[in-house]
Design a protein around this ligand. Sequence first.
Ligand code: DAK
Length: 263
Amino acid sequence: MEFITYEQEGYVGIVTINRPKALNALNSQVLEELDATFKAIDLDATRAVILTGAGEKSFVAGADIGEMSTLTKAEGEAFGKKGNDVFRMIETFPIPVIAAVNGFALGGGCEISMSCDIRICSENAVFGQPEVGLGITPGFGGTQRLARLVGPGMAKQMIYTARNIKADEAYRIGLVNAVYPLEELMEAAKKMAAGIAMQAPIAVRNCKKAINDGLEADMDQAIVIEEKLFGDCFETEDQKAGMGNFLEKDKEKKLKVVPFQNK
Ligand code: DAK
């Protein structure tokens, strides 16, 4: 891999986009390497993933404008599909993905953060969808995910005006869950990931699926989706150990529920 690094820390995987000369912009190679990296993650040994960018200035400064500038209509569509496939794979990845946004998250950078389950950012983070200024629409799901996350009015304002917003505003509109000094961001992401990793993994996976699939359905269907995933947790070692320890009122044992089974 030239542009992606992967580290495993206990049950947590850390994926870093590492193309600092272009502020970690997404070209075809970065997208292909991201795809391969996520697909290689050992889901029996990993319970949460952190996605971040290398350096102190940029998470991802967008899709690669140099590469896009010469695309034909057909090539543009193919590039859009490549990005969309990778982003959708992250969005539907079986375990939670936390975006630790350490600087610019523009265009495709904002979009890839929105395909993650949770976003936290550093104080120097800047979010935006500047595409209309470049003569294109957001092409990696920005029109869809931003509207779902912050509501159509705010999303339309950001997208139509191509205005960038800083970390405090991203927090105020609910685009990020928390803002940290840059030097504390990764520790905060790791702490959150570890907090997820110590829960019952089947239950966490099923919660992700229930929320994602339920948001795409009407409430009658969504409730059925939840029922099925709730039922799916029963008879697992996790459920037996989790409830058994509670009923035994054994605090020590309760802490020992980890490791849960992972399938
Ligand atoms: N692509 C390529 N290179 C980039 C880049 C990008 N998005 N962003 C920065 N770089 C490169 C710069 O060209 C520069 O390279 P050198 O000149 O040193 O070789 C290096 O990174 C450092 O950047 P700057 O010198 O510009 O650094 P500054 O601190 O002055 O400015 C900046 C930082 C982030 C404000 C600025 O670099 C900037 O405005 N960057 C572009 C941000 C942007 O507009 N991003 C959105 C890209 S559009 C679609 C599929 C996908 C998309 C759309 C459609 N379909 C196919 C339908 C997605 C579109 C986008 O993401």
